[in-house]
Structure formats: structure tokens, C-alpha cells
Design a binder for this molecule. Structure first.
Ligand SMILES: NC(=O)c1ccc[n+]([C@@H]2O[C@H](COP(=O)([O-])OP(=O)(O)OC[C@H]3O[C@@H](n4cnc5c(N)ncnc54)[C@H](O)[C@@H]3O)[C@@H](O)[C@H]2O)c1
Length: 386
């Protein structure tokens, strides 16, 4: 092979690799951006839409909401220049796109994600990606069978503080890990009733972050015991008036990990926590991990991190370390996975991890209903930080 033939063949090989990593996207998108459709133009879309628009690799081509005026309003508010739709079927028949970002009421995520996958779209879903583990697993099987990608929020494993804590544990800086605790609560959303309806609750909305963090740091949970309750049986929802609360608004979940490690998550919609929610305070922590040589506390929330208080010395006081956020923001998940479709670089966020957390939530509900410890079957690639 002469030099010219060599250059030609390596160029062709390179082009082939690039093409395969771009999957079908490359052949359908002339401007080489990932075309994204957002479904659900409510509260959280105010974080997602600007974040998506900030990516050079992503183009938001469609916005959809069953309250179509919301899609129109967001299109204008953020100058998106997208097509707007009143339902998913119209959107799937409309302007072509590559990935759907699901930001609707929690209970409908699974059904919408399935429709998108059936139509050949990649999916990033806000949590939970489905109402049950079985429904979520079926979505993943469907995605795999169609060579599509599916991911579920949250993106907590992306923060530098998560990586720092994982490294401390893996390097044995805390000694043998024994126990961990996570908590997240506030007084509950007022803008939509789905948070309080069947398959809603503080676990899929709030506890999900701590569950992803603790399993991401300590490994998959093998079994779950939980107590959940409804503290506030009636809520007033904006524009709707009083509603009956059906889903738990207070939950304590015990997780059994390998090697004797036990962790605990506490979440609820009845927690007075105005300063914690701002997460700007450098003293309040939401996650704590204890070993026999040290402990560490995550300052702020695991979704909005401020640093880690590390305590590994009998004499010296704990030190605040890992305070650089490195650009991490909690609403970055769809950007990170969307860009990964183009670059071929596998993100830390993993769909099996999201499914594992979904199984924990379901097991916690079952444990509360039966008074039993519930065994889990799902796993995910661990450690998350290699
Ligand atoms: N609000 C936040 O700060 C926040 C933060 C992180 C994650 N989340 C998650 O984001 C999701 C949405 O929460 P939210 O607070 O934005 O709720 P929201 O009620 O403000 O918005 C949901 C939107 O989805 C629309 N919708 C419902 N069913 C639909 C359907 N079938 N097709 C199209 N649109 C539909 C509703 O009309 C509404 O505009 C939830 O899973 C929530 O847990 C919210």
C-alpha cells in the first residue's frame, strides 16, 4: 500500500467510525446538530430550554404541551423558533427530530417515552422514566431492540462533588464504609396536582436524587425497607383549589448495600427547609457518609452542590474541600446525553442506574404496604466514577 492509498484508507476508516458514532442522525441532519423535541412546557422547562439552547450541538425543533398555549409561550419567551404542538402524536408526525426530552407530569412519562421510542427517537426523561420498574425495563428493551438510547434523570453523578466523594470512598480515605444518609424535602409544589396523585409523591420527585447519589457512591442496593406516610392529606393547588393527597408526602427508606453498608433516605413535601433549598449556604449538608476512619458531608444538595466537608483527623477540625462546581448544573442531563449521541463519548449517567432507583421507589411502596423487607434484582455498572 503506498502513502496515498494508506491516507485514503485511514480517512475512510475514520469516516466510518464517525458515521457509526453519529448513528442515523448523521444521515438525516444536514446541519449536524441533534434535533431535540421538548414535551411538557411547565415549570422545569424554564431550566431545560435555556440549557438546551446553550449547546452548540443541539437544536430545539419542537415544543409540545397538552396546554398548547404553554408551548407557544415558551417558544416566544426563549426565542426558540421551534414548531409547537398540542400532543405527542401531532409532534411525531411533524418536524423530524432525533431525541425527545420528556418534562411532563410524572405519571405519563412511561407512555410518552414508549411512543417516542416506537417512532425511532432517542429519549431523555425526567424522573421517573416510567411508573414501575417493569415498565421502565420494557422501555429499555424496546430502545435496545431499535438501536436507540434512553436515559433518565437525575444527573447527580455528573457533579465534581460526586466524583470527589466517590474517589475518597474508593481510595479508602474513610476506612470501611458503614452508613450513609441523604435527605431532601421542602413544603411541596403548589403548581400541579400530579405530585400528590397516585404514582406521584416525594420519592419519585425528591428522594430520587438521594437514591441515585447513595447507590452511585455505595453500589446497588440489595434490599429495601421503608415507612411512608401522608402528613398533609389535603393540598391547595394553584388554579385548582383543594385536592386530596394520595401519594406519600413523607418517606424513610433503608437501603442494604454490599459489605454490611446501610444507607437511609428521608424525603418529603412537609419539610420546612427554606435555607437548604437555596443551597447557597456553606454549612447545610444533605448527604453524609460514615466510615471507621473518616466521614464526609455534602454541602448543599446533591443536585446543587457547594462542596464537601471532609473529616478524617482526630485532632484537626473538618475541612471544606471540592468547592468548584466545574460548570455542573442539575438541568444538564439532556444536554450531556444528547451531545454524547454525537460524540460517541459515553456519559456517566446510565439508564440502568435510573432503573435501579425506580425499582427502589417501587420496593419502598411495597415495603410500606406489606411491612416486609423487599429484595431487589436490578444492578447497574458500578463504580460510576472509574
Ligand atoms: N419544577 C421543577 O423545578 C423540577 C425540577 C426537576 C425535575 N422536575 C420534574 O419535571 C417534571 C415536570 O415537572 P414540572 O414541575 O415542570 O411540572 P408542570 O406541571 O409545571 O409541567 C408539566 C407540563 O406537562 C404538560 N403535560 C402533561 N401531560 C402532557 C402530555 N401528555 N403531553 C404533553 N404535555 C403534557 C402539562 O400541561 C404541564 O405544562 C416532573 O417529572 C418533575 O418531577 C421538576
Amino acid at each position: 500500500m503506498n502513502r496515498q492509498e494508506f491516507l485514503q484508507s485511514t480517512a475512510m476508516a475514520g469516516a466510518a467510525v464517525l458515521l457509526s458514532s453519529l448513528e442515523s442522525w448523521a444521515t438525516t441532519t444536514p446541519d449536524k446538530k441533534l434535533r431535540v423535541a421538548v414535551i411538557g412546557c411547565g415549570s422545569v422547562s424554564n431550566r431545560y430550554i435555556p440549557q438546551l439552547l446553550s449547546s452548540k450541538m443541539i437544536e430545539v425543533v419542537s415544543l409540545c404541551d397538552i396546554k398548547p398555549e404553554r408551548a407557544v409561550a415558551q417558544n416566544k419567551q426563549y426565542n426558540v423558533n421551534a414548531k409547537t404542538y398540542a400532543n405527542i402524536d401531532e409532534m411525531l408526525k411533524g418536524v423530524p427530530f432525533d431525541m425527545m426530552v420528556t418534562l411532563t407530569d410524572m405519571q405519563i412519562h412511561g407512555a410518552l417515552n414508549k411512543k417516542a421510542l416506537m417512532a425511532g427517537k432517542h429519549v431523555w426523561s425526567e424522573k421517573p422514566m416510567a411508573n414501575t420498574y417493569a415498565e421502565g425495563k420494557a422501555l429499555l428493551d424496546l430502545a435496545k431492540s431499535k438501536k436507540l438510547r434512553l436515559w433518565g434523570a437525575p444527573a447527580v453523578v455528573n457533579s465534581p462533588q460526586f466524583a470527589f466523594m466517590s474517589k475518597q470512598i474508593q481510595e479508602g480515605k474513610l476506612g470501611r464504609i458503614a452508613s450513609a444518609h441523604g435527605q431532601y424535602g421542602h413544603t411541596g409544589p403548589t403548581w400541579s396536582s400530579f405530585f400528590y396523585e397516585k404514582d406521584g409523591g416525594s420519592m419519585p420527585d425528591l428522594g430520587v436524587y438521594n437514591m441515585a447519589t447513595l447507590t452511585g457512591l455505595l453500589g446497588p442496593a440489595r434490599s429495601v425497607m421503608a415507612m411512608t406516610s401522608i402528613v398533609n392529606p389535603e393540598r391547595t393547588i394553584d388554579g385548582k383549589g383543594k385536592i386530596k393527597v394520595v401519594a406519600e408526602d413523607n418517606a424513610h427508606i433503608l437501603l442494604q448495600h454490599d459489605k454490611g453498608v446501610i444507607s437511609h433516605v428521608m424525603c418529603g413535601f412537609c419539610y420546612f427547609d427554606p435555607h437548604g433549598h437555596e443551597a447557597g449556604n456553606q454549612t447545610l449538608h444533605s448527604i453524609q457518609i460514615y466510615g471507621d476512619y473518616g466521614n464526609m458531608r455534602l454541602i448543599g444538595y446533591d443536585w446543587e452542590t457547594n462542596g464537601v466537608m471532609l473529616d478524617t483527623d482526630w485532632e484537626k477540625p473538618p475541612v471544606l474541600v471540592s468547592t468548584d462546581k466545574g460548570g455542573y448544573v442539575w438541568q444538564e442531563g439532556a444536554n450531556v446525553v444528547g451531545e454524547s449521541i454525537l460524540t460517541g463519548i459515553e456519559p456517566k449517567i446510565n439508564v440502568e442506574h435510573a432503573l435501579h432507583v425506580l425499582e427502589i421507589i417501587e420496593a419502598a411502596r411495597k415495603s410500606q404496604a406489606t411491612g416486609q423487607r423487599i429484595k431487589l434484582k436490578s444492578k447497574f455498572p458500578f463504580p460510576v466514577i472509574k
